[in-house]
Design a protein around this ligand. Structure first.
Ligand SMILES: [Zn+2]
Ligand SMILES: [Zn+2]
Length: 329
């Protein structure tokens, strides 16, 4: 089968991803083989390609927002049949035994294995996943438009919940890409006022179209909650400055540059707080997919061919993709 593989990390502009012919995988016990139709690109893929995150396996096929159909089922699979549509996310498996797994916080499991990092992902014609980590997808999304829901959407949704934004409150979003364009729609659905800060003119236009107000510099309206979707630690200070007392900043990136020194008296006092958002649980996935279909969320996607993976990630890095990039296999 054809696959995009990463063997050695490097700046994406130097085209570290290569297209290769590799063996088609076969599902083991309780696993399904998914014939991939589309795979969304995510900033985490960029972090893996460029070395912000250490390589856990080489070569590796990146990609963890996978939409396809079941081509083959392993022994013991009951939840899926050949031909069923299936979605696969960043969480490839969890240990199921640790205190986090047992208390509804499997997103924090140390034994978690990640699609496209520990296990070959969706920048390929086929991939394997355990049946209990694959999901049926709502029928009102086609394969391209469903892909960004599977990480950008879910992590954004978890970020929205952890930010503590309540209906009618003001949410300030910093950075605007695939995730933010979905968070904005979720927040508006819950009656929140949304303010967006981003340098990209393309992204400002998109935010406006989705009903957000744009803030340049310091906003006069204090926000009740903030979400940072870009990996710049300096944004934490901006977000704290934008917050009203009691507000919380949720950071949804898996990697962030260093946060500058925080002036406690000026920035944090007043019961302001900061939280990271780490992965998501299968319950988050199911809850979000149901909500996305009900709202309904409209994702904006730009499609690329499999052999254009380097180009797609480069454009994402440069904020030159309108909202979400999707690779069609
Ligand atoms: Zn665990
Ligand atoms: Zn992701």
């Amino acid at each position: 089968m054809r696959a995009i593989v990463l063997e050695k990390q490097g700046k994406v502009e130097s085209s570290p991803l290569h297209i290769k012919e590799i063996a088609k995988p076969h599902p083991g016990r309780n696993e399904i083989c998914v014939k991939v139709n589309t795979c969304g690109i995510c900033r985490t893929d960029l972090h893996i390609v460029e070395g912000d995150l250490k390589l856990r396996r080489s070569p590796i096929v990146p990609g963890h927002q996978i939409v396809g159909s079941v081509s083959d089922v392993g022994y013991g699979v009951k939840g899926f049949r050949q031909g069923d549509r299936a979605g696969v996310t960043w969480i490839n498996s969890t240990c199921g035994k640790c205190k986090f797994c047992k208390s509804g916080m499997e997103n924090l499991c140390d034994g978690m294995r990640f699609t496209g990092w520990d296990v070959n992902g969706g920048y390929a014609e086929y991939m394997i996943v355990r049946q209990d980590f694959a999901y049926p997808l709502p029928s009102n999304f086609d394969d391209a438009h469903a892909a960004p829901l599977l990480c950008a959407g879910i992590i954004g949704y978890r970020g929205f919940k952890l930010s503590g934004a309540k209906p009618g409150q003001t949410l300030h979003i910093f950075g605007f890409g695939a995730s933010a364009h979905i968070i904005t729609q979720v927040a508006r659905h819950f009656g929140c006022r949304v303010i967006v800060s981003t340098r990209s003119g393309l992204h400002r236009a998109m935010a406006r179209r989705l009903g957000a107000a744009i803030s340049v510099g310091t906003s006069s309206i204090k926000a009740d909650a903030a979400i940072i979707t870009a990996p710049s630690g300096a944004l934490v200070l901006d977000a704290l400055s934008a917050l009203d007392k009691g507000g919380r900043v949720a950071v949804i990136d898996i990697h962030m540059s260093r946060i500058p020194e925080i002036d406690y008296d000026a920035k944090l006092y007043g019961e302001r707080s900061i939280t990271s958002v780490t992965n998501y649980t299968r319950a988050d996935v199911k809850e979000f997919l149901k909500l996305a279909a009900a709202i309904p969320i409209k994702t904006t996607v730009q499609e690329f061919k499999l052999e254009e993976a380097n180009k797609a990630l480069t454009l994402m890095k440069q904020s030159r993709i309108d909202a979400a990039g999707v690779i069609r296999i």
